[in-house]
Design a protein around this ligand. Structure first.
Ligand SMILES: [Zn+2]
Ligand SMILES: [Zn+2]
Length: 175
């Protein structure tokens, strides 16, 4: 398994970059899909958990970390969770530039030959190239943070911190 690649826990959405973040399979190998809090010895630690319970739990953590009003944090957590394999039953790719889930064909960008991209969304990538090829990570933070601040009802500085951390997990911006 490539441990040098950050993966997202497909149950709670936690980014996993170090070996100790990963859960374990029944044979002791590291799980490539689930984190150590969600998955141990080949099974979910809370097998009966529902997406709503998970959203409450993750929302509470986010609310604390970023001072997000609890209701907003829970709604946001639920949106994030609804793209993960444990809750959808399938793998949903996320845009490697902005993190948008590619749920439907119309969400996907296009390659030079007109086929749909499996890696980038329609806002970031068209005809085989980035729509904003000169975008830097810091410019991306400036671009996305105001939307995040408005969506979550948090100060802009907090939203910038959140977006910056999130973008660091995406292949386009990983240093
Ligand atoms: Zn997890
Ligand atoms: Zn995108």
């Amino acid at each position: 398994m490539e441990t040098n690649k950050t993966r997202t826990c497909q149950s709670c959405g936690m980014p996993m970059s170090e070996a100790e973040h990963f859960g374990t399979e029944a044979d002791g190998r590291l799980s490539k899909d689930y984190c150590t809090y969600c998955y141990q010895n080949g099974a979910f630690t809370e097998p009966g958990a529902t997406i709503d319970e998970m959203a409450k739990k993750c929302g509470a953590i986010m609310s604390q970390l970023y001072d997000i009003p609890a209701g907003n944090a829970e709604r946001f957590a639920r949106e994030q969770l609804s793209c993960l394999r444990r809750w959808t039953g399938r793998d949903v790719a996320v845009c490697r530039s902005c993190g948008m889930p590619l749920l439907r064909d119309e969400d996907a960008g296009t390659e030079a030959d007109g086929s749909l991209s499996t890696e980038h969304c329609t806002y970031c990538y068209r005809d085989g190239g980035f729509t904003e090829p000169d975008l830097t990570k810091e410019k991306a933070v400036e671009k996305y943070a105001p939307m995040m601040a408005a969506n979550l009802g948090i100060p802009l500085a907090r939203a910038e911190e959140m977006v910056r951390q999130y973008l660091s997990t995406l292949p386009r911006w990983r240093g």
